[in-house]
Design a protein around this ligand. Sequence first.
Ligand code: GAL
Length: 364
Amino acid sequence: MRKWLSKAMFVMSVIALFFVVSACEEAKETLDHNIPSQLMEKEKNKEAASEEKIKIGFSMDTLEEERWLKDRDLFKEAVEALGATVEIMAANGDDAVQILQAETLISQGVDLLVVVPHNAEATAAIVNKAHLMGIKVLSYDRLIKNADIDFYISFDNERVGELQAEAITKLVPKGRYVYIGGAVTDNNAHLFKKGVFNVLQPLIDNGDITIVFDQWTKDWNPANAYTNMEAALKANHNQIDAVIAANDATAGGVIEALAAQGLAGKIPVAGQDAELAAAQRIVEGSQTMTVYKPIRTLAEEAAELAVKLAKGEEVAAERLVNNGKIEVSSILLSPIAVDKFNIDRTIITDGFHSWQEVYRNVGK
Ligand code: GAL
């Protein structure tokens, strides 16, 4: 009986041992199964964390004109809304400073550089340095020339010039015209001028229009535009019928020079950018028109492109633009002509400026 009992106990402990061992095996197996999924989870978290941490460097030429403050704020807002961060530096119109700042952004480990070049040619150096570190470059509003840039987003700047000339030639189909250009170092200044002359040239050729003064404005500086306009008036004994200025800041300088001769509001003047001061001059009568370029759309589309390019995702181009070295994948947004007749339903309706701001001085 005892023998039988100890045999039974032995069998039972063997069975118990079997269950313990197989339970352990099972636990180990679940653990083994869990290891890859735990690792995958960890990897996923890591990926999510690094996605969150996409860092964009925004290298700007200047914050002088009102528009660039909008670009800066709206771009930052849009990048952050996409879960990325942005480091912003502005170079005050100095090429060497802009290159140095871009180097700083690269050394801070940005994933992508967005550049508004002061000088279309000099900033090619930034592209080369960024590419050496595997960082892509997006050219913002202004084209970087002669470099392998990865993408370009802007407005149709040639169209901007055409809109200006179409509006002014409607009012002054024949006469003596002054062209006050932008900064010769900015590719946009050349495109604006090309657009203006697309419209003017046939009228110049048939003798209806004479260009009596045509100058670039160093660094887009309104004081330089003032000096140019003063010289234009002097050289032509004030016999000028219309002025096309490459932006609202230079138009401001032009209108001051006209005012000094008692001519403000008597000679049509075109600008572009839809700056508040220009919108006020339009409703007050000293500026004829401006061209509105919706900066929010530019900033939001650029932010989306920047984050996608930084992640190595595909981005769709609408057209190719030659920058002297390559055909650059590009998006060019549409500009809108604005005068006193459509100002309310364009820039005011869009919230670019408020009605109160624009009409602040009217009737006073
Ligand atoms: C141009 C830009 C204009 C104007 C100008 C001066 O490149 O397209 O909107 O702001 O620079 O900064």
